[in-house]
Design a protein around this ligand. Sequence first.
Ligand code: MIC
Ligand code: SF4
Length: 646
Amino acid sequence: MGKNLVHKIIEAHLVSGEMKPGKEISIKIDQTLTQDATGTLACLQFEAIGLPEVETELSVSYVDHNTLQTGFENADDHRFLQSFASKYGVHFSKPGNGICHQVHLERFGKPGGTLLGSDSHTPTGGGIGMLAIGAGGIDVAAAMAGKPFFLTMPQILNIELKGKRPPWVSAKDIILEILRRLTVKGGVGKIIEYSGSGIDDLNVPERATITNMGAELGATTSLFPSDNITHRFLNAQQRSEDWACLKADSNAKYDESIEIDLSLIEPMAAKPHSPDAVDKIKNIGPIKVDQVAIGSCTNASYTDLMRVAQILKNKKVCSSVDLVISPGSRQVNEMLARNGALGDMISAGARILENTCGPCIGMGQAPPSNGVSVRTFNRNFKGRCGTSNAGVYLTGPETAAVTALTGVLTDPREIGDFIQVDLPESFIIDDSMIIPPAREKKDIEIIRGPNIKPLPRSKDMSEKIKGKIALKTGDNITTDDIMPAGAKILPLRSNIPAMAEYVFRDTDPGFVQRVKEYQGGFIVGGHNYGQGSSREHAALAPMYLGIKCVIAKSFARIHRANLINFGIIPLEFICHEDYEKIDMGDQLMIQDIREEIHSGKIAITNNTKSHNFTVKHGLSKRHIEILLRGGLLNYIRMEKVGDRLL
Ligand code: MIC
Ligand code: SF4
């Protein structure tokens, strides 16, 4: 049997372990990416590790999330990040240069390489044939320190795209169809490898739209082969030397395979409040829309926005709709400005925003009360847009643009002939907003504003854990639920004590008060606890509040890793009836946890209900060591690297 592409790339980077699904492996990381909202902590953690310089081939620090400078906090953080980058050998992409994933794809991604990013949409790089994985900031800090990245070897799911997509069916519709079939849990424990004749019709940014939203499937990452289409894209970015032809062997073996006939796909939308609540636009019907937002790392490439501009050309946005457009990068924006497309958008009545994440993470442009917003983004979790009673529909850019004109959710096929937009022969190349690190690093001073507070440190695991259940949740709790974002809270990302005041704000406004009264304790969750973003604040802030264990039916990958990294023990129900039997406020007790944790199963006593039950954890030996030491930072600092003790 031949090898699939994922196995080829992992094999070339394997540091330890066996490539058997479920086994722990570690891989060498070639490149890292951080963004400002998760990057300040990653930088503090790198500093705490204590190396003079990063040890990767390339590390880039992007500022794209927190650019709404309503106070000094964000601007101070930007200065900190820039001085850190200069001192430690990291490239710094200034605010306004674009969204990390879009810029990384344009300027740095390399087929066959590995990329670890402190953002869950790092798999966007899979569109260029890179094994690109999202992780918590501390894992990225460790990779910057030259350490391998540890993960559970996933199963490889082959999605074969067959047939030809009909006109007006976009890459977004393809991934929405996959989400409809597989759900937000369907990719957990898997890497998705795309193949089939259908991929010949998808350019690199379109492939990146699909791998980007693999994050919504819960997949570890998603990957396309690197072929002539990849070569053409890299050539247009004046990077043809970075190209390599990469594909699976013809008789490659996969753990699982599914086929998708592209000719059957129609324009789709994900309905509120989950990316997998997908239906055909024609089935949802012409609901009235208040806002259309086009942009994000999913759908703000040059070809996406050119098609939007062509649809808007010589037309006017409906009087009851607010249309906002945020280009994915400065390169995209400048191309549109120079070829006149930006003028077409402005003339139609679009509000042009910065080249940043913006409304996607609730940094402005919250829809009106009970409003309907159609967005080309990747997440529509309740409240993420900034208005808790608004409904967000996720669509492709064509649907969004047509909807902005009609004022109701509209299938783009209704406007007539398809508008063909090709990738340009060459993009405008201007990397002047990417600042390389200093040559002489020694004397560079790190500039810290008052918003940057020292990292809270966790302590060694105690002998026994006794505490109350501070919250019991249902399935699919997101990290946006645990640690909300938005214009008010995001600026506090470097200040954990301040952030901790907002944990579970929208899900349960009484949580923080209660957990303080309880002096910490337990959280109980359903399936897929912690899906969504990579923000380690969703583990660090509960740790700061004294949470010791989360017991859930199952966990999302990155959040589980973040819990371990910050010394919170992720435990799983063996018998789901035990989940039913416990309630908020119950007092739980785990005796001899330091001993018991080695056995894989842990006995818990519910003192309130006089009930005993057993949970499992599936932690590796390394995870257990990390937890015993109270978290990854303490663990790394104890480890020897060569003959140095960090
Ligand atoms: C998101 O889309 O939720 C974010 C904001 O990009 C996060 C990172 C963060 O919380 O800073 C992500 O996807 O990892
Ligand atoms: Fe930014 Fe949104 Fe992409 Fe997250 S999903 S990186 S907030 S554009």
